[in-house]
Design a binder for this molecule. Structure first.
Ligand SMILES: Cc1ncc(COP(=O)(O)O)c(C=O)c1O
Length: 376
């Protein structure tokens, strides 16, 4: 094909492919991160109201003012970071677009972006589409950072470090010590940070700390978040990026020319979501904690080597004791057992062939069915 471009070298999303396979084989889908926790009635009503009242056209490109103000309030209260909603917050089509617009806006050819593997699979294509170069460091199976390796990988071309806490797929919640280590490196080497905090409300052990809240990090961090998982609205496509005005300017340009704006009625729903009372978060956490414990206990009864996640809703399991690699194992599971999970190698630049990822964001009936099938 003529006109090779930056997407040509990218492989297709394995996670989305597993969802298609799950449908084909009528399997329980524990691959893609669909949250099964019910969307709050009031949040849905608000989006419906917006449609009925005629809010069906483009919003202001950066997002409706009332949502930017709400996000700013949340960032102040929950994340302990101050942003000016007028210039420093942009509402995007999901956090995926916030990640993409951040890379397109701030990464230039030859810039390197340090990525922790295993990684959320959109980071690498986003860096590549921005003509940057991803550089990898590995989080160990014990969920430790390799600090020596990270120091070695940061060089004169390193522009940014991509942090994700709570982390998909390991479930690691970065400690204050981890984040202070990253902070020191960013300052010493004049590196900026992108932090994806999608799962900030899903923490079973530890606490959520935003990198931008650490001293001297605000000015060099883009904080990314979204509504998809915490409020069970993955199809609404509403997320945000927050950063100092000068960093936000190019991100806003990239956002404007890629998506124009996030869906207007769903921005209205998102405003309502940020008004939900504390018990919404407590109940949701309880729901996912039960799911985590149930899946963990069941997988432990198999030959898989599983570690308990501290946050988010994924679990990595080692399959060393089976005579299959990750792709063979997941194909066997989806076709012969009727359970879809994701091959570990899709989260690694190199490695992960001895791992698979379970997503436990499903209803207990489905999890029971899946676990019965797996243990069978
Ligand atoms: C770590 C992480 N970041 C971002 C996203 C994308 O979410 P959104 O629906 O907001 O684009 C996901 C989705 O699975 C994720 O796991």
């Amino acid at each position: 094909m003529r006109g090779a471009n930056r997407v040509e070298g990218l492989s297709e999303s394995v996670i989305r492919e597993m969802t298609r396979k799950a449908k084909k084989h009528d399997a329980v889908n524990l691959s893609q991160g669909y949250p099964d926790y019910p969307t709050h009635e009031k949040v849905m009503e608000e989006a419906k109201r917006a449609i009925d009242e005629g809010l069906n056209q483009y919003s202001v490109t950066w997002g409706r003012e009332k949502l930017r103000k709400k996000v700013a309030e949340k960032l102040k209260r929950f994340n302990e970071i101050n942003y000016d909603p007028e210039f420093e917050i942009t509402i995007t089509c999901g956090s995926s677009e916030a990640i993409m617009s951040t890379m397109l806006g701030l990464i230039e050819p030859k810039d390197e972006v340090l990525i922790f593997q295993p990684f959320y699979e959109n980071y690498v294509p986003a860096v590549s589409m921005a003509s940057g170069t991803p550089v990898y460091t590995t989080i160990s199976r014990e969920q430790e950072l390799d600090r020596e390796d990270i120091k070695e990988k940061i060089g004169k071309n390193t522009k940014a470090i991509m942090v994700n806490t709570p982390h998909n797929p390991t479930g690691k919640v970065f400690t204050e010590d981890d984040l202070r280590f990253i902070r020191d490196l960013c300052i010493e080497n004049d590196v900026i940070a992108f932090t994806d905090e999608m799962y900030e409300r899903m923490i079973y052990e530890g606490e959520h700390i935003s990198l931008a809240s650490l001293d001297d990090m605000w000015e060099r961090t883009v904080t990314i978040g979204g509504f998809s998982k915490v409020y069970s609205v993955t199809g609404w496509r509403v997320g945000y990026a927050a950063a100092p005005k000068e960093m936000m300017k190019p991100i806003r340009k990239a956002h404007d020319y890629t998506t124009v704006c996030a869906p207007t009625p769903f921005q209205e729903g998102a405003v309502k979501a940020l008004d939900l009372p504390q018990d919404y978060y407590e109940n949701m956490l309880e729901y996912y904690r039960n799911a985590r414990d149930f899946v963990y206990e069941n997988i432990k009864e198999t030959k898989m080597d599983v570690s308990k996640p501290q946050g988010a809703y994924y679990m990595l399991a080692g399959i060393e004791d089976y005579e299959m690699n990750d792709v063979e194992f997941t194909n066997h599971l989806v076709k012969d057992k009727g359970v879809a999970v994701v091959p570990g190698s899709s989260f690694y630049h190199e490695g992960g062939k001895d791992l698979v990822r379970f997503c436990f964001s499903q209803d207990m009936d489905l999890l029971e069915k899946a676990m019965e099938r797996i243990k069978d």
